[in-house]
Write a protein that binds this ligand. Structure first.
Ligand SMILES: Cc1cc2nc3c(=O)[nH]c(=O)nc-3n(C[C@H](O)[C@H](O)[C@H](O)COP(=O)(O)OP(=O)(O)OC[C@H]3O[C@@H](n4cnc5c(N)ncnc54)[C@H](O)[C@@H]3O)c2cc1C
Length: 623
């Protein structure tokens, strides 16, 4: 059951009646959109379940699927990347008469670029500030560390991306060092001055709306020696430096004066962190050594050792258990030493010290190169901003479900620099009950309950997850356990008991490109329809206030995760709990990543890099 609102007046239920019964065109469109959405969601849900079951039962089907995906990828990509120059006609006219709002975007990573690519309304003056004048495709960064893909193949100049007809976008290559929410401005300084031998330039930018998409930095957990001696893998410069260091280690170990012990140390490569980035780097390095360096440095190859140190019990622990055990087995066969349950406590210029979690014993591993890939933490500018707005008791900048920074006006935060702070149903239960109780009787009829549930499911996504986890088809089933006598009306205790368990389904979103890109696209869509939704709010009821929210809250759709494991094998954990591992999944990985690259230029470069690598091998020149 769903109700349609026209100018905030409830009209009628739309599930059972004809679309043409609406006199108002807006309501007819709304009704049609809602029905399409509903049927798409139902179709999507059952499709994934059926597909997953079929793939489990018939493995040949998965191969056919991959072939179709690979060939379909190109078409989908072509469609996706066609520049859309649609500019809302009425917004453009209004913009001429009224002053344009100034939108400042901090960062040109996944979140910032997704926002810019999807922004179509010409009602804004957009100013982008970032120390990098390019967008970087991070999933292929580990491939750059060993020369499988060249650095320039995975970056696209930001000015090319923002060069859209009809939009006012200015780019400033600078870093924001302070956000001043009281005066609605950001303070910035130049980043190119040291290269040019010039003085640092500082400037400030005023905003009406601020989009914070500054990403995060690698978390060192204040481990001594990490900042001085470890390599990180966050940017292109990091990947290029790692590639040079690997070659340096091999060249140094090949010098005649170097002792055997020194050779072992130089060719010991340690990766701290068994997450996707660390595992992918270890796998890439193993392939580089086996396929290319073994032929070029035959006298020292026997000294090469790759170690992965992970604090928890397994590597890739955010993946399905089948993937974890396959990866651990493959690394064992490849001779990659995986030390789980080990916590790195110190780094010196010579050794990594790791403490065994069970025995407390400390072991020292000599190294030639260490990669630190243990997760992320907030940037100093974000910590300073959090202090200013009173978010001192948090580890990450918190936003609400509309990506608005909590405790701050007109500031949005997305991607790795923020987390969506979902509201618990129990915190609002009294307000929800009062809103649902239209006749102020102190109890709810079944109808009143059903009517409020529609908005509740949108406002609190944990409710639909709860229904799904309990295999309930119908919201009425929520009441079954707590509603003693269905002839009675529902009192607040019954209501609370029915809904309170749903909060256990609340989960933080992962820090991935997928989340960041979806948040950028969502926010751009909100900005595109800001004026329309101001007049005709489309979000759920405000339970602690009057009226409706302007927009639907942000909802993340998970499309699966890949873990490349080397030797042309990849593991994929896809929706519907479908797990696929092996060579055929590697082709799926090639297809998906090629289609997700930001432009045709980068796509051609990356695909030709893959081809070049398979014909000529990786280049080991130290440049
Ligand atoms: C090696 C590696 C591999 C990965 N692989 C995958 C993968 O396969 N799949 C996946 O989903 N995710 C992957 N991720 C995670 C993914 O890259 C991040 O989740 C994603 O980049 C987050 O996007 P973001 O826009 O929040 O931050 P970023 O993409 O990090 O962008 C932050 C932007 O802010 C800018 N910035 C920084 N400081 C300032 C400042 N002071 N002022 C202004 N701008 C600033 C930066 O220059 C950058 O442009 C990987 C990450 C790494 C490091």
């Amino acid at each position: 059951m769903r109700f349609v609102y026209c100018h905030n007046v409830k009209l009628t239920a739309v599930i059972s009646c004809s679309i043409n019964s609406f006199e108002c065109a807006r309501c007819r469109a709304y009704c049609k959109r809602f029905r399409n959405n509903l049927s798409f969601r139902m179709w999507g849900h059952s499709f994934f379940e059926t597909a997953s079951r079929l793939f489990h039962q018939r493995s040949s089907l998965s191969k056919i699927f991959i072939v179709v995906t690979v060939s379909g990828g190109g078409l989908a990509t072509f469609h996706e990347t066609k520049p859309v120059h649609t500019v809302y006609a009425d917004s453009a006219q209004e913009a001429e008469t009224s002053k344009k709002k100034k939108v400042v975007v901090l960062g040109t990573g996944w979140a910032g670029v997704s926002f810019l690519k999807n922004l179509r309304s010409s009602s804004y003056d957009v100013e982008v500030v970032s120390p990098k004048n390019y967008f970087m495709f991070t999933p292929l960064l580990p491939s750059v560390t060993c020369g499988t893909v060249e650095a320039r193949s995975i970056v696209e100049p930001i000015r090319k991306i923002t060069d859209k007809k009809g939009l006012d976008v200015e780019f400033r290559e600078a870093e924001c060092y302070r956000i001043d929410p009281k005066n609605k401005k950001v303070l910035c300084r130049s980043t190119q001055h040291s290269n040019l031998g010039l003085k640092e330039a500082e400037f400030s930018v005023d905003y009406d709306y601020l989009i914070v998409a500054m990403g995060a930095k690698t978390n060192t957990f204040n481990t001594p020696g990490v900042e001085q001696y470890a390599h990180f893998l966050k940017g292109i410069e990091d990947a290029v430096r790692i590639r040079q260091t690997v070659i340096d280690c091999f060249e140094r170990a090949s010098l005649p004066s170097v002792s055997e012990e020194e050779k072992k140390k130089l060719l010991s490569f340690v990766c701290v962190g068994g997450g996707p980035a660390g595992v992918e780097f270890a796998a890439e390095l193993h392939d580089f050594v086996k396929e290319d360096l073994a032929k070029l440095y035959p006298s020292v190859i026997e000294y090469v050792k790759i170690t992965v140190i992970e604090a928890s019990d397994h590597i890739l622990n955010m993946f399905d258990k089948r993937i974890t055990s396959f990866a651990e087995g493959k690394f064992f066969r490849d001779g990659i030493d995986v030390k789980t349950g080990s916590l790195v406590v110190k780094l010196t210029d010579k050794e990594v010290s790791a403490k065994d979690r069970d025995t407390g014993k400390i072991s020292n591993i000599p190294y030639g190169m260490v990669l630190w890939a243990t997760g992320i933490g907030p940037r100093p500018e974000i910590i300073d901003f959090m202090k200013q707005i009173g978010q001192t008791n948090r580890r990450v900048l918190a936003t609400d479900e509309w990506l608005r920074v909590e405790g701050c006006d007109s500031v949005y935060a997305l991607g790795d620099c923020a987390t969506v702070n979902q509201r618990r149903v129990v915190d609002d239960i009294v307000s929800i009950f009062q809103k649902a109780d239209k006749d102020n009787s102190g109890t709810l009829s079944l109808e009143e309950f059903q009517e409020v549930m529609e908005d509740l499911m949108v406002r609190y996504p944990q409710l639909s997850l709860h229904l799904k986890s309990k295999h309930m088809r119908n919201i009425d089933e929520l009441l079954e356990n707590s509603w003693k006598n269905p002839k009675d009306e529902i009192d607040i205790e019954t209501f609370k008991a029915a809904l309170s368990q749903a909060d256990s389904q609340m989960k933080n979103l992962p820090a991935t490109a997928q989340v960041a890109a979806q948040q950028g696209a969502y926010l751009a869509d909100c900005f595109n329809r800001m004026e329309e939704c101001e007049k005709y709010p489309e979000g759920p009821l405000k339970f602690r206030d009057v009226g409706r929210h302007r927009f639907q809250p942000f909802r993340y759709k998970h499309f699966g995760m890949f873990a490349p494991l080397g030797g042309e094998q990849t593991a994929a954990h896809l929706p519907g709990d479908w797990v696929s591992i092996g060579h055929s999944t590697q082709w799926l990985w090639y297809s998906v990543y090629a289609s997700k690259l930001v432009s045709w230029r980068t796509r051609v470069l990356v695909v030709s890099d893959w081809g070049r690598r398979s014909i000529f091998g990786r280049d080991s020149s130290r440049i």
